[in-house]
Write a protein that binds this ligand. Structure first.
Ligand code: BGC
Length: 761
C-alpha cells in the first residue's frame, strides 16, 4: 500500500497529492472531501433519476414521489399494458436492474458498489440491451417456507448458493433477509418474512446472513423496525409499547445482528411512536449500535426521503436511492449548523468501511455465469424443506408409486413459486405442480390438463404479462360436476391446489378470493371431495401461497392437506418429492392458523386502528400469535409450530445442564413409525410470576433432528442463555430476569407439550 502512495507522490506535484482511500487513515481521506463529495457519498446514485426515456409526455422528469406513489403509477401503467416496470426506475449502471449503486470518488480511489434485492434470490434484469447473454437468477424458496423448515443449517446452505449469484453477477450487497414479524396474516409481505415469533425469525435470519456473507458479499436485514403492513407503509405511525418493541419487534433483529453480523441494516418506512424509523436515533444508534454492537451501515428503505439531514443525524448512513432534496437538506444542514459535520463524517467512515469489504473494492472478477443448474438442483432438494403436512387422514399420503391422479386447480398448472415486488426474481423457468407429478412418474388425467391450460392461456392472453408488481392471477376454473366425476373415474386420488399471490405495496384483503375462498373454489372443493368419496377415493388439497387463508369449513372435506408455500422455481418437482414420499415432510407452521380472522389479536387494529388516520395502535402489545391464543384460551385451527410427518416420534429423557449462564437442553427423539423422518423440537419456557404480566409460555430455543430411521433415536440439543429469559421492564428501563421457577417444555407444537422440567433462578 505504501508503495502506491510513494509512486503517486513521486509523479505528482505535492499540492495535488491525494491521500488515497485504503492507503491512509479514513479520517484523513474524509478530511479532503468537499462538502459536495461528502453529501454525495451518503446518497445512492439514483439522485436525479428520471422516469424512463419513453415516459409519457407530462410525466414528472424527476422522481420525488414516495414509493407508494411509484407503485400506484407503475401498477396503473402496467394495467394499461405499458411494459414499464419499477425496475426501469432502478439501477442502469454496471449491474442493470439492481436497486441502486453507490457514489464513487475516483480521484480518491473510492469505487461505486452495487446493491440489489432480494430475499428469495438476486433480482436484476435478465437481459441487457445489445447483449445476447442472459442474466437469469435462481428463484429460491421464499421466507415463510425457509422459516417453516425450522432448520438454520438448511437455510445457510441455500443462502450460500444464493450469495454466490450475488457475487458472480457483480453485486456487493443483497437487500435481504426480511424478517418483520407476522403480526397479522393479511400483511402483503408475509411471504418474504418469517414468523410471528421473534426467536424463530431471528435464528433463521442469522443463518441466512451467514450463508450469503460466506461469499464475501453483504446483506441488509430489513425492514428495521415494526414494519408489519403495507397499507400506508410510508409514514403509518405504529404506536407500540417499548416492551413490545423490544420483546417482539426488535428481538429477531437483535439475534440476527449478534449472531449473523450483517454488513448492513435497512430502516423501515413507518413511524414508531411518532418518529420515523429512518430518523430515529434511539432505534438506529442507541439500540442498534450502542446496545447490540452493530458496526456496519444503516441505509434507508427506497425513497424514504423524509429529511436527509435528520436521517443523517440519527445514524442513517446511506440514503437510498438518494434524492435531490435529501442532498439539499444535508448541504444546507451543514451550512446552517443543524447537522453536525462530525455526524456526516461518521456516516461516511461507516460507508467507506463497508466498501473496503466488498468484491468490487477487492477487484473481484465476476463471471456473470453462476452455476444455475447446480442451484436449481439445490432448490429442488430444499424446496420441500418447510413443507407442512396439516392433515393426513388414513395415510392418504404418500401416494402409491404408480397412482393415477386427477389434478385440479389452476395453480396445479400455473404454480406460484414466489411473491411480487422487490422479492420477485427474474428466473429462467418454473416447474408447475402438474409437470412435477408427471416427472415423478404418476399417471395423470390428461383431459384435465387440456381443460386447465387452455382456460388459463385464454384468460392470460387478456392480462398483462408477469412483471415486478404483477403476477397475473386467473380466478379458479369453474368445473361442472360431470367433468369432475369423469376425471375422478379415471384416477385413484384427486389433488386440488388453491393458491394466493401477494407482495409489496398492498396488504391482502379480508375478502373472497383472498383470505376467504371464492364461491367457485369452495364449490369446486366440495364437489371434488364428494365425487372422490362417493367413488371410494381420496382428496389431497395443496396450499400454494406465502401465508394462510381461512379453511375452517373445508378441513373436514379433505383427506390430505399440505401447505407447500412458495418453494422456488423447482416448485412442481419439490412438491412431487413430498407427495411421492421421496421426502418425508418435516416443516412446522411458523404462524398460528386461526379458525376465524377475528381470533387474531391484531384484527381490531389492522391495518388502521378504528377512527384513526395513519395510526395503528398495537393494543395487543406483546400478545401476538400464540402468546395471545394461549393467554385468551382461543383454540386455533392449527397451532404455531404444528406439522405432521409420514412417521411418528416419541420424546424421552429431557435434560437440562447449566454452564454459567448458558443452559443446554437435550431431548431424545425416537422414530416410532415406519419411514425415516426428521422432527422439529420446540422449547417453550413459562416464567414465574413477577411484576410484569408474562405470556403463558414463550419459545426460547428449538432444534431439528437428523434423519432418524424407523425404530432409531436421535438427540436434539437446544441452548439458551439466562438473559434470554428476561422481560423488558419499562419502568426500570431494563431487562429483568425474575427469580423463581421456570418450566421448560419440550414440545412438538405450541399445543403439544410433551415433556417438562424446571430450573430455579
Ligand atoms: C422495498 C425494499 C427493497 C427496496 C429496493 C423497497 O420498496 O421495501 O424491501 O429492498 O425497495 O428495491
Amino acid at each position: 500500500m505504501g508503495i502506491s502512495l510513494m509512486a503517486l507522490a513521486a509523479c505528482a506535484p505535492a499540492e495535488q497529492t491525494k491521500l488515497m482511500y485504503g492507503d491512509q487513515p479514513m479520517e484523513d481521506v474524509i478530511a479532503q472531501m468537499t462538502l459536495d463529495q461528502k453529501a454525495n457519498m451518503v446518497l445512492g446514485t439514483a439522485r436525479g433519476m428520471m422516469f424512463p426515456p419513453d415516459a409519457a409526455p407530462g410525466m414528472p422528469k424527476r422522481v420525488t414521489a414516495n414509493i407508494d406513489d411509484l407503485i400506484k403509477e407503475a401498477t396503473e401503467r402496467a394495467a394499461k399494458g405499458d411494459t414499464m416496470t419499477i425496475s426501469t426506475f432502478m439501477g442502469t449502471g454496471r449491474v442493470p436492474g439492481d436497486a441502486a449503486e453507490g457514489y464513487a470518488i475516483e480521484e480518491l480511489g473510492i469505487p461505486s458498489i452495487a446493491y440489489a434485492d432480494g430475499p428469495a434470490g438476486l433480482r436484476i434484469n435478465p437481459t441487457r440491451e445489445g447483449d445476447e447473454n442472459t442474466y437469469y437468477c435462481t428463484a429460491f424458496p421464499t421466507g415463510t417456507i425457509l422459516a417453516a423448515s425450522w432448520d438454520p443449517e438448511t437455510v445457510e446452505k441455500v443462502t450460500k448458493a444464493m450469495g454466490n449469484e450475488v457475487l458472480e453477477y457483480g453485486v456487493d450487497v443483497l437487500l435481504a433477509p426480511a424478517l418483520n414479524i407476522h403480526r397479522n396474516p393479511l400483511c402483503g409481505r408475509n411471504f418474504e418474512y418469517y414468523s410471528e415469533d421473534p426467536i424463530l425469525a431471528g435464528k433463521i435470519a442469522a443463518a441466512y446472513v451467514k450463508g450469503i456473507q460466506s461469499n464475501g458479499v453483504g446483506t441488509s436485514i430489513k425492514h428495521y423496525a415494526v414494519n408489519s403492513q403495507e397499507t400506508m407503509r410510508n409514514g403509518i405511525d405504529a404506536v407500540v409499547s417499548e416492551r413490545a418493541i423490544r420483546e417482539i419487534y426488535l428481538k429477531g433483529f437483535e439475534i440476527a445482528v449478534k449472531e449473523g453480523k450483517p454488513w448492513t441494516v435497512m430502516s423501515s418506512y413507518n413511524k414508531i411512536n411518532g418518529v420515523l424509523a429512518s430518523e430515529n436515533k434511539w432505534l438506529l444508534t442507541d439500540v442498534l449500535r450502542g446496545e447490540w454492537g452493530f458496526d456496519g451501515i444503516v441505509m434507508t428503505d427506497w425513497w424514504a426521503e423524509e429529511d436527509g439531514a435528520r436521517q443523517q443525524a440519527a445514524g442513517n448512513d446511506l440514503l437510498m436511492p438518494g434524492t435531490q432534496h435529501q442532498y439539499d437538506e444535508i448541504v444546507n444542514g451543514i451550512k446552517n449548523g443543524s447537522l453536525a459535520e462530525a455526524d456526516l463524517d461518521r456516516n461516511i467512515a461507516n460507508i467507506l468501511n463497508l466498501i473496503q469489504k466488498t468484491p468490487t473494492y477487492k477487484g473481484y472478477k465476476y463471471s456473470n455465469k453462476p452455476d444455475l443448474k447446480a442451484h436449481a438442483q439445490l432448490v429442488r432438494e430444499n424446496g420441500s424443506c418447510g413443507t407442512v403436512l396439516l392433515e393426513n387422514k388414513d395415510n392418504v399420503l404418500p401416494l402409491a408409486a404408480n397412482a393415477k391422479v386427477a389434478v385440479f386447480g389452476n395453480a396445479s398448472y400455473d404454480t406460484f413459486v414466489g411473491g411480487t415486488g422487490s422479492g420477485n426474481v427474474n428466473r429462467a423457468y418454473k416447474v408447475n405442480i402438474y409437470e412435477g407429478l408427471k416427472n415423478a412418474g404418476f399417471t395423470l388425467v390428461e383431459e384435465l390438463e387440456k381443460a386447465y391450460t387452455s382456460f388459463i392461456d385464454a384468460a392470460k392472453s387478456k392480462m398483462v404479462a408477469e412483471s415486478f408488481w404483477i403476477t397475473p392471477s386467473v380466478a379458479d376454473m369453474n368445473l361442472p360436476i360431470s367433468q369432475i366425476k369423469a376425471a375422478i373415474a379415471k384416477a385413484d386420488v384427486a389433488i386440488y391446489t388453491i393458491s394466493r399471490q401477494a407482495g409489496e405495496g398492498a396488504d391482502r384483503k379480508l375478502e373472497k378470493g383472498d383470505y376467504y375462498l371464492t364461491d367457485v373454489e369452495a364449490t369446486n372443493l366440495k364437489n371434488i371431495s364428494e365425487a372422490a368419496h362417493a367413488a371410494g377415493k381420496k382428496l389431497v388439497v395443496l396450499l400454494n401461497m406465502g401465508s394462510i387463508i381461512e379453511l375452517t369449513e373445508q378441513v373436514p372435506l379433505v383427506d390430505g392437506l399440505v401447505h407447500v408455500f412458495m418453494p422456488g422455481q423447482e416448485a412442481g418437482n419439490s412438491i412431487a418429492d413430498v407427495l411421492s414420499g421421496k421426502v418425508n415432510p418435516s416443516g412446522k407452521l411458523p404462524m398460528t392458523w386461526a379458525k376465524a380472522y377475528k381470533d387474531y389479536s391484531s384484527a381490531v387494529d389492522f391495518p388502521l386502528s378504528p377512527g384513526e388516520d395513519r395510526v395503528v395502535k398495537y393494543t395487543e402489545d406483546i400478545f401476538v400469535g400464540y402468546r395471545h391464543f394461549d393467554k385468551n384460551k382461543v383454540e386455533p385451527l392449527y397451532p404455531f409450530g404444528y406439522g405432521k410427518s409420514y412417521t411418528t416420534f416419541e420424546y424421552a429423557n429431557l435434560n437440562v445442564k447449566a454452564n454459567g449462564d448458558t443452559y443446554t437442553v437435550t431431548v431424545e427423539v425416537k422414530n416410532t413409525g415406519k419411514v425415516a423422518g426428521r422432527e422439529v423440537v420446540q422449547l417453550y419456557v413459562s416464567a414465574p410470576k413477577g411484576n410484569l404480566e408474562k405470556p403463558v409460555k414463550e419459545l426460547k430455543a428449538f432444534g431439528k433432528s437428523a434423519l432418524i430411521k424407523p425404530g432409531e433415536k436421535a438427540v436434539v440439543t437446544m441452548t439458551f442463555k439466562k438473559a434470554d429469559l428476561a422481560s423488558y421492564d419499562e419502568a426500570k428501563k431494563q431487562w429483568v430476569v425474575d427469580p423463581g421457577t421456570y418450566t421448560l417444555n419440550a414440545a412438538a407444537s405450541a399445543a403439544d407439550l410433551r415433556l417438562n422440567t424446571t430450573i430455579k433462578l
